[in-house]
Design a protein around this ligand. Structure first.
Ligand SMILES: *Cc1c(COP(=O)(O)O)cnc(C)c1O
Length: 378
């Protein structure tokens, strides 16, 4: 069994993908081909924002957003402690200070309460200026944007949506990657919308930021290619990846998005009552980057992972530790500002992600659930 079945997906889309790739090879416009701009319009329309700027990966997308806002020294950037490393990594890269905030027990997303406390503590300390909130759509579920927006407005901060795992999710009719002042996503192959290598995108309604992002992603270019008006990066999406994404986007909604939600419903039905299943609040739609359950404790979790492995079922620990426990970020963890992070620590010790992708069959989900339920009885 595959954890995320990219091989089946390719078999379904093979004809269209092969034809699109062959066309790029023939035309040899490998960088900044016409299809890249086409894809940007299609993504912006899908998400419901004015501008989409593609780039080389989801990590660069976050960094480019912070660069466009001029975030740097003496600025505080607040982010959930429970996330993939990139969310935190980009903050020191631009010279700012990351502040790790605990998550909500139910959704595993940034806790608005913990966030406001951390902002107040930072203000009181007076060393750093609170500038940005990075919210992550963890495992495909949009963060608590209505509440986060209020906090951002109240403290005059910018809201950056890290939608690397969230593409396709919704709150009501509003789609993920439209909730931030700037929002980003990743097209890493295993993400909800993945390409065949690295890729990323940035979304915003603001004309000025979009223009800055387009400049920063190509060496800070000015009016022409050899006119450089600021220090930028080399972070473009290849034409080959763009055409793969064009094909995949056509199949993403409704087919793949409906399909992962069907798989999640099967898990909900066949998993026993003693296991903590993912919570999706009313009005929210997840794009199910992961289907993550909680076991009783670390011992039970590790035993479950091992037993499933023996039966040929891959299950992963996303994530084994919070940002404040990462060696590379050690010096940024100041407990008196971040506060303690008990929910992250508990979830890290109990979480396990089960196979999840649009090509899962009901029989496969039943088999995984039967193995999980059986293991839980001992
Ligand atoms: C994957 C991921 C990223 C980084 O995306 P890359 O394309 O791998 O650079 C950033 N944030 C989160 C939450 C992610 O899951």
């Amino acid at each position: 069994m595959e954890f995320r079945d990219l091989k089946s997906q390719y078999q379904v889309l093979k004809r269209d993908i092969d034809a699109a790739v062959e066309k790029v090879m023939t035309n040899a416009n490998f960088i900044s081909g016409r299809e890249v701009a086409e894809l940007e319009s299609q993504l912006a329309e899908y998400v419901g924002v004015k501008h989409c700027v593609t780039c080389a990966n989801g990590t660069d997308a976050l960094q480019l957003a912070l660069m466009a806002w001029g975030i740097g020294k003496d600025d505080a950037v607040f982010l959930p402690d429970f996330t993939f490393f990139s969310t935190a990594e980009v903050v020191p890269w631009v010279g700012a200070t990351p502040i790790f905030v605990d998550i909500d027990k139910e959704t595993f997303n940034l806790s608005p309460d913990a966030l406001e406390k951390a902002v107040l503590r930072t203000q009181q300390e007076g060393k750093l200026t609170p500038r940005v909130i990075i919210a992550v759509d963890l495992f495909g579920l949009p963060a608590e944007y209505p509440e986060l927006r209020k906090i951002a407005d109240k403290y005059h901060m910018l809201l950056l949506e890290d939608g690397a795992q969230g593409f396709g999710g919704r709150i009501g009719e509003k789609r993920a990657c439209s909730f931030g002042d700037i929002s980003t996503t990743s097209f890493f192959p295993a993400k909800p919308l993945g390409c065949y290598g690295d890729g990323g995108a940035i979304f915003t309604d603001c004309d000025e930021w979009a223009a800055l992002l387009r400049s920063f992603r190509v060496h800070g270019k000015g009016s022409g290619k050899y006119d450089n008006v600021r220090l930028g990066m080399n972070s473009r999406l290849d034409t080959l990846q763009a055409v793969v994404l064009q094909v995949k986007l056509r199949h993403f909604d409704p087919f793949e998005l409906e399909s992962v939600n069907q798989a999640a419903a099967w898990y909900g039905k066949y998993l026993g009552e003693t296991i903590r299943k993912p919570v999706v609040k009313k009005g929210f739609l997840s794009s199910w980057a992961q289907y993550t359950v909680l076991l009783k404790n670390t011992e039970e979790r590790d035993r479950m992972q091992e037993t499933l492995k023996q039966k040929g079922i891959p299950a992963m620990v996303y994530y084994p530790k919070g940002m404040h426990e990462q060696k590379a970020l050690e010096r940024y963890f100041e407990e008196h500002i971040s506060g303690q992070l008990p929910v992250t620590e508990e979830v890290c010790g109990r979480c396990l992600s089960l196979p999840m992708h649009p090509y899962l069959q009901e029989e496969e989900v039943k088999f995984v659930c039967a193995c999980v339920n059986e293991t839980l009885q001992y």
